[in-house]
Write a protein that binds this ligand. Structure first.
Ligand SMILES: O=C(O)CCC(=O)C(=O)O
Ligand SMILES: [Fe+2]
Length: 395
């Protein structure tokens, strides 16, 4: 059931002209916690979910010391000896968790020039009964770096994941209110303990990359993948439900594409998260919340390495593709908006298949991004993926 007043609210909403704003809007989360400003907050939220799907959130409802702590631990992680990082290498994890060095990840058929380590809500090893259930491996236990080198890392990173998971749930309720759907219509896609992932990413600047480029380029020389040095991460939409990016260094490297196909800079702001609508949220809301293409450029020489700490909220992987009921007026506006949008050609991504649990397409996309993990743990699935990607490139 949608709320009847919402038709009026959607009627007040302006469909963006598609022209790029000079900077992305900032929503002040403290306004959502104050009854006298909550209505205004919800109007801004509705507008920005619909017109951008990518904006800043200031004044998060937790101690901002948590940003400093997770940043310090992240910097320390990249400084531990390489052999320690290799002990938690993602190729050792069939759950796509752990460390990836330069050249281990591919986006839009190009190598991403970044180093990263991924953690998730701590979950037990899944029970897999047959090959159709292999996708359940996108959840599972973490590979933590040694306590000897990083005694505070696990508690601080786990605490940050918990804090942002709480924020994701609260924020999702605000999204429900902004769209005028029943309380719990969206959080119904979360399990009681719902997996979230944290990706700690270092983008070396072009100077620092120099010594490492030759080896990576050699590795990809005879493959279908390209190695453009300015690609920190190639253009993509986020697969999951929502993303909160904490840009933990001074670099102006993150960019988002507006509806006309122009890039808008998203420079870091202190104690402020960047919120991103994922493709899952876009699908569930029938396109009312829009998922937007973005990328990261390699920092220019002398700028130093960029640090980003990105939180991704996932949904129940066993649920089937389904969407919530939204106001008719909202659906009308989606059509108007999408007619104006430049169709973005980004690299092939697997879409949700109605006949399969939602985790299945996430699993395929994970292997596509991490072919080395695929080779080690899922060679048959990797072969299938490569055939599908080749077919998609032919059309
Ligand atoms: O590095 C960032 O700030 C964003 C990274 C990103 O878009 C992603 O990993 O999906
Ligand atoms: Fe992203």
């Amino acid at each position: 059931m949608t709320n009847p007043d919402i038709t009026e609210k959607f009627s007040e909403l302006k469909v963006s002209s598609g022209e790029s704003p000079n900077s992305l809007p900032t929503l002040d989360l403290s306004k959502a916690l104050n009854p006298s400003t909550k209505g205004e907050f919800l109007d801004e939220l509705r507008d920005n979910l619909f017109n951008y799907g990518f904006f800043y959130l200031s004044n998060p409802p937790f101690d901002v010391q948590k940003f400093k702590d997770v940043k310090n631990e992240s910097l320390k992680f990249f400084d531990i000896p390489l052999e320690e990082k290799k002990k938690v290498a993602m190729v050792n994890s069939k759950h796509f968790l752990g460390y990836n060095g330069l050249g281990d990840e591919i986006t839009a058929a190009n190598v991403d020039w970044r180093e990263q380590v991924e953690f998730a809500t701590e979950l037990p090893e899944p029970v897999i009964n047959n090959d159709d259930e292999l996708y359940k491996n996108i959840e599972g236990p973490n590979l933590w770096p040694s306590e000897k080198h990083l005694p505070n890392f696990q508690p601080i990173v786990s605490d940050y994941i918990d804090e942002l998971s709480q924020l994701a749930r609260t924020f999702t309720h605000w999204v429900e209110e902004a769209l005028g759907v029943e309380y719990g219509a969206l959080t119904a896609f979360f399990k009681e303990i719902q997996q979230a992932k944290l990706k700690i990413i270092k983008y070396p600047d072009l100077d620092n990359l120099k010594d490492q480029v030759a080896d990576v380029e050699k590795e990809f020389k005879d493959t279908e993948y390209k190695t453009k040095l300015n690609q920190g991460v190639g253009e993509h939409r986020d697969n999951d439900f929502l993303t909160f990016i904490y840009q933990a260094s001074h670099h102006n490297s993150l960019q988002v594409k507006d509806f006309n196909g122009n890039w808008i800079d998203v420079p870091p702001k202190d104690n402020t998260l960047v919120f991103v609508v994922g493709m899952t949220l876009e699908f569930i809301t029938q396109g009312v919340a829009v998922s937007t293409v973005h990328r990261v450029l390699t920092p220019v020489p002398g700028e130093g390495d960029r640090l980003s700490i990105s939180f991704f909220q996932t949904i129940n992987i066993e649920s089937k593709k389904s969407s919530i009921e939204v106001a008719e007026k909202a659906k009308e506006l989606v059509k108007q908006r999408d007619a104006k949008r430049t169709k973005n050609k980004i690299g092939f991504q697997f879409q949700v298949d109605e006949t399969k649990p939602v985790g299945y397409s996430v699993f395929l996309n994970r292997i596509k991004s991490h072919p080395k993990v695929g080779e080690r743990h899922y060679p048959k699935v990797l072969k299938y993926i490569q055939e599908e990607v080749a077919k998609a490139q032919d059309v």
